[in-house]
Design a binder for this molecule. Structure first.
Ligand SMILES: Nc1ncnc2c1ncn2[C@@H]1O[C@H](COP(=O)(O)OP(=O)(O)OP(=O)(O)O)[C@@H](O)[C@H]1O
Length: 317
């Protein structure tokens, strides 16, 4: 059984078609990354998956159930962490968690036990009796995630879980995501941090302007950039004057200066290196080091979306 199965899903806001008939599946137990530039349709999709927003057309199956006909049963089995917290500011951390537990129909003893367990996991025990509004951003995010985990959901939806919080909290959240994955929870994750997606996700789907343009494992996505794989060269002298000659003589698509004596060139794996060595020998330049540079997720993102990632969110990511 698939954890999530989406077919021909679309969402229109008046004339604006935000999601344009997308299809994808999420395997049971995997961490699935849903990435795309601002305004691509990520939040609209998540909100449809969790039953918060009505789709215009298409079908959504969660854990083998149709969302349209079995919404309540599905909602009892999923946890949702919105990008803005939905907890009560005046209530303490502990009370917020036990209250969430009661909404899920958990018994008093069970919800107190579970709340304390989660406060420990997220290292929030010391502040459990403080009002939620007095928490730092990182603490708020952690408690919001804990609240979504109270009823041990089979699928956890996380919308930008680590954006805008301190490094230590972000690390704890990533660790918690990995632990949940180890225990078999399925995770649907949106994030702007490509390295985070690369580290955590088994598979990633890229959505651009309402369409899924690519889905695959991190390895397959990177392999699609095989021809643009780079070679980092460290040389014994300044290369500035030779950069253009290097590009022209060897017909290189890209020569990037890392610093005065280091260059990154596009050189596919297993392409013969002799012309490169000959070029430098003729110029009496020595190669001190040559290192293969695998494409980064950032390069994959740019190649797939056509958008420079640094342009996103004012360059914050
Ligand atoms: N309630 C709404 N009414 C009209 N248009 C909307 C509404 N909500 C979203 N949109 C539009 O639909 C498109 C997709 O928005 P959505 O929030 O799903 O994208 P997103 O990928 O989550 O973006 P971001 O990363 O910026 O949160 C955008 O063009 C947005 O302006």
């Amino acid at each position: 059984m698939k954890a999530i199965k989406v077919q021909a899903l679309s969402k229109k806001y008046g004339e604006k078609e935000a999601v344009k008939g997308i299809d994808f599946m999420v395997e049971d137990g995997e961490i699935f990354g849903f990435l795309g530039p601002n305004g691509a349709g990520k939040t609209s999709t998540i909100n449809m998956l969790i039953g918060l927003l009505k789709s215009t057309s298409g079908t959504i199956e969660i854990l083998g159930r149709n969302l349209e006909t079995q919404k309540e049963a599905i909602q009892a089995e999923i946890g949702v962490v919105p990008d803005e917290s939905n907890l009560y500011p005046e209530m303490s951390g502990l009370d917020n968690l036990t209250f969430c537990g009661s909404l899920y129909g958990m018994r008093k003893h069970d919800r107190e036990k579970r709340a304390l367990e989660l406060l420990k996991i997220f290292q929030l025990e010391d502040v459990k009796d403080k009002a939620f509004k007095a928490y730092s951003r990182g603490m708020k995010r952690k408690l919001t995630i804990a609240a979504a985990m109270m009823h041990q959901p089979k699928i956890l939806f996380l919308d930008e879980p680590t954006s805008g919080i301190d490094v230590a909290s972000a690390r704890q959240i990533r660790k918690m995501i990995e632990d949940l994955h180890q225990k078999g929870t399925t995770i649907f994750l949106t994030t702007h941090y490509l390295e985070e997606a690369e580290r955590l996700c088994q598979r990633i789907a890229f959505i651009v302007d309402g369409n899924i343009v690519k889905t695959g494992s991190v390895e397959t996505l990177k392999a699609s950039l095989h021809d643009q794989s780079g070679l980092l060269l460290k040389l014994d002298q300044n290369m500035e004057n030779l950069k253009q000659a290097l590009q022209e003589e060897l017909k290189l698509t890209k020569v990037e200066e890392i610093n005065e004596r280091s260059l990154k060139i596009v050189w596919p794996p297993e392409q013969e290196l002799t012309p490169l060595f000959t070029f430098f020998r003729q110029k009496e330049v020595h190669i001190l080091e040559a290192k293969r540079m695998e494409p980064t997720m950032e390069e994959v993102f740019v190649a797939i979306t056509g958008i420079e990632h640094s342009e996103e969110k004012g360059g914050e990511a």
